[in-house]
Write a protein that binds this ligand. Structure first.
Ligand code: GUN
Length: 292
């Protein structure tokens, strides 16, 4: 039976640390970390994520502003919000919740955010710095995985890390972080994706398996090597008539059977999700602290 990697607990510890650090920053320098969020449309998942981010800011003693706009907002208005927040000294982090409606160019919006306030780590400058091993904002979910590796003392050097999924938000950055020549990384990394055909051929080789595809229960027991460490980034809703809400949330990994052969595994919910929010707060704090 695998050790459960308790992201919820670690995230709560990080948030408590940040609450103290934020209070000190305010006491000594009169700076309160500030996060601005733009939510466009009414995607139910985005609504939930944004609500959690606002609540997290309030509980950590951060300042937050949220603007909600309908689906048909012109792109120019989105860019106006970003210009305003780029210039606002009380805002240290800017987050445009994705996805955006089809008529808005997501890349253009991301590129409009000042790299100094890019707490999501999506700007090309942040992505480039990550690739080059320079200091910059790291996308929150990959940063959360790396933090769990560090805090749980998971051996990574020379291990084979297999990343399933090649998104800009998770797959690509986490693969780069794992391959970095540094402590708690230095892994041999494979990225696999939909063109792999038989994904199991790759995942079975993983000492560390990171799944970020958004495909419910796709990683089965026979696709996992005995003793592997599993990070499940998937947050998928599946119909469940026995659940109160009519659905339940599952990961990319078929948790119950897989936990019997893995050495450690993140649950869904309560694994990576809370860590993503903790790292958003951490990035926002770091951005604010640079103002000293
Ligand atoms: N949509 C899904 N995940 C994220 C995230 O981490 N940041 C933003 N901005 N949008 C998202």
């Amino acid at each position: 039976m695998a050790q459960i990697i308790d992201g919820k607990k670690v995230a709560a510890e990080i948030r408590e640390e940040l609450r103290h650090k934020a209070a000190e920053l305010y006491r000594e320098h009169n700076i309160k970390p500030g996060l601005a969020i733009l939510l466009v449309g009414n995607n139910p998942a985005s609504e939930i994520y944004v609500k959690m981010k606002i609540k997290a800011c309030a509980e950590t003693g951060f300042h937050s502003v949220v603007e909600r706009e309908p689906d048909d907002i012109p792109e120019s208005k989105v860019l106006d919000y970003i210009s305003k927040w780029n210039a606002d000294p009380e805002i240290h982090g800017i987050l445009v919740q994705l996805p955006l409606p089809g008529h808005i160019d997501e890349n253009k919006v991301i590129e409009a955010i000042s790299p100094e306030k890019d707490v999501d780590g999506f700007h090309p400058v942040s992505a480039g710095k990550l690739l080059l091993g320079l200091d910059g904002f790291v996308s929150c979910t990959p940063a959360g995985i790396m933090e769990l590796i560090k805090r749980y003392g998971i051996e990574t050097s020379g291990k084979h890390a297999v990343v399933v999924g090649r998104s800009n938000i998770v797959g690509k950055p986490v693969a780069n972080l794992m391959a970095r020549k540094s402590k708690n990384a230095n892994s041999i990394v494979t990225i696999c994706h939909s063109a792999a055909g038989d994904i199991g051929q790759y995942t079975r080789q993983a000492d560390i398996l990171i799944s970020a595809v958004g495909s419910p229960l796709m990683i089965k027991k026979d696709m996992v090597k005995e003793g592997a460490v599993i990070f499940d980034v998937g947050i998928n809703r599946v119909d469940d008539s026995s659940a109160k809400k009519g659905y339940r949330v599952v990961g990319d990994v078929d948790f119950d059977p897989v936990k019997d052969i893995a050495s450690a595994i993140t649950p869904v919910p309560g694994g990576i999700g809370p860590m993503t929010i903790a790292m958003l707060l951490s990035n926002t704090f770091e951005s604010a602290a640079k103002r000293i």
